[in-house]
Write a protein that binds this ligand. Structure first.
Ligand code: GDP
Length: 362
């Protein structure tokens, strides 16, 4: 599975957000393969398309797909030098696939700020500096190793050395490695370093309940993120925590009162999903309508492998109807009659929203 790590300074609302995310508790028995770790939250991905498909298919049950968030507490200034269990926390961040960086944009006298005042830009810089310093140390070590080898000179070593030098220059200029926009081959050469500043990153601006508009602190975060080509998701973690505690019907009422169609948490989940470059396909049978997660660009056999490895090994063909066609023509038969049912082979790249039935040998 791919993980989105929640990072940020202490007291910015990480745990509040994480708890709200995981309180929507997905029945664990449906996900026997997930390890249950208190810092790892398996979070259902809200997707209205499931309900639409269910209206047509009328299955016994529906099942959303999930995304995993990891609560990485305890990052402080000096972490890259080992301050405050720094190495342990950095190691946890290295293992994630994307970063949700929570930034405090709310005022509350009762909540101590580690740096003494609410200043999201300075907070972001503090964290990003630690990540960059730690990355720099990794790159320097790798450069030493590869310099020795590059003398004898395999083609890969030479190429790796050149990528590492570019990354080092970038980091020394105070820019994250992701700003280099390395291509897939270049990334593969330095994948073993698990650089943190190369990971896709979004900022979660934790604002007051009335802090979504005319909020200079939020505006600053948005401006900084724009320069990095990063996304900002504004949210009020305290309210989300309250909403998450409510029963289904109370929740609807509460959201209606606030004039919201859905909890803000949904935006965090979707943004995380996009950050991880994931796509969803569906299986739609009378037993179950279910959403499945694949990396964007996955082939049909790879998509089949998400259901079961035997499906991938024994893959023959995929029967595919796009989501839109499935809805427009009210199901499989209608789509077939309209000529919208396709039989695809092993090179087919599964699209987000495809409704798929796999044919395979066992
Ligand atoms: P963490 O250290 O980043 O995990 O921060 P916590 O989630 O533990 O939050 C620290 C404190 O800030 C707690 O007392 C929270 O109740 C409070 N807090 C979190 N989010 C908000 C918010 O949106 N508004 C206000 N006023 N307080 C918040």
């Amino acid at each position: 599975a791919l993980y989105c790590g929640i990072v940020g300074l202490p007291n910015v609302g990480k745990s509040t957000l994480f708890n709200a995310l995981t309180r929507a508790k997905i029945a664990a028995e449906n996900y026997p393969f997930c390890t249950i770790d208190p810092n790892v939250g398996v979070v259902p991905v809200p997707d209205l398309r499931i309900d639409k498909l269910a209206e047509i298919v009328k299955p016994e049950r529906t099942l959303p797909t999930t995304i995993e968030f990891v609560d990485i507490a305890g990052l402080v200034a000096g972490a890259s030098k080992g301050e405050g269990l720094g190495n342990k926390f950095l190691a946890n961040i290295r293992e994630t696939d994307a970063i949700a960086h929570v930034v405090r944009c709310f005022h509350d006298e009762n909540v101590v700020h580690v740096a003494g005042k609410v200043d999201p830009i300075s907070d972001i810089e503090t964290i990003n500096t630690e990540l960059a310093l730690a990355d720099m140390a990794s790159v320097e070590r790798a450069l030493l190793r590869v310099s020795k080898m590059a003398k004898s000179g395999s083609k890969d070593d030479v190429a790796k050395k050149s990528v590492l030098e570019r990354v080092l220059k970038q980091l020394e200029a105070g820019e994250p490695a992701r700003g280099l926009n390395l291509d897939a081959d270049e990334k593969a050469l330095i994948k073993d370093l698990c650089l943190m500043t190369i990971k896709p990153t979004m900022y979660i601006a934790n604002v007051q309940d009335d802090g979504f508009d005319n909020n200079p602190l939020l505006d600053k975060v948005v401006a900084l993120a724009a320069k990095e080509n990063a996304r900002v998701v504004p949210i009020c973690a305290a309210i989300e925590a309250e909403i998450a505690l409510l029963e289904e019907n109370e929740r609807k009422e509460f959201l209606d009162d606030l004039g919201l169609a859905e909890p803000g948490l949904n935006r965090v989940v979707r943004a995380g999903y996009e950050l991880l470059d994931l796509a969803t396909y569906f299986t739609a049978g009378v037993k179950e309508v279910r959403a499945w997660t694949i990396p964007v660009g996955a082939s049909a056999p790879q998509a089949a492998g998400v259901i079961h490895s035997d499906f991938e090994k024994g893959f023959i063909r995929a029967e595919v109807i796009s989501y839109q066609d499935f809805v427009t023509y009210k199901g499989e038969q209608g789509a077939k009659d309209a000529g919208k049912w396709r039989l695809e082979g092993k090179d087919y790249v599964v699209k987000d929203g495809d409704v798929v039935h796999f044919r395979f040998n066992v």
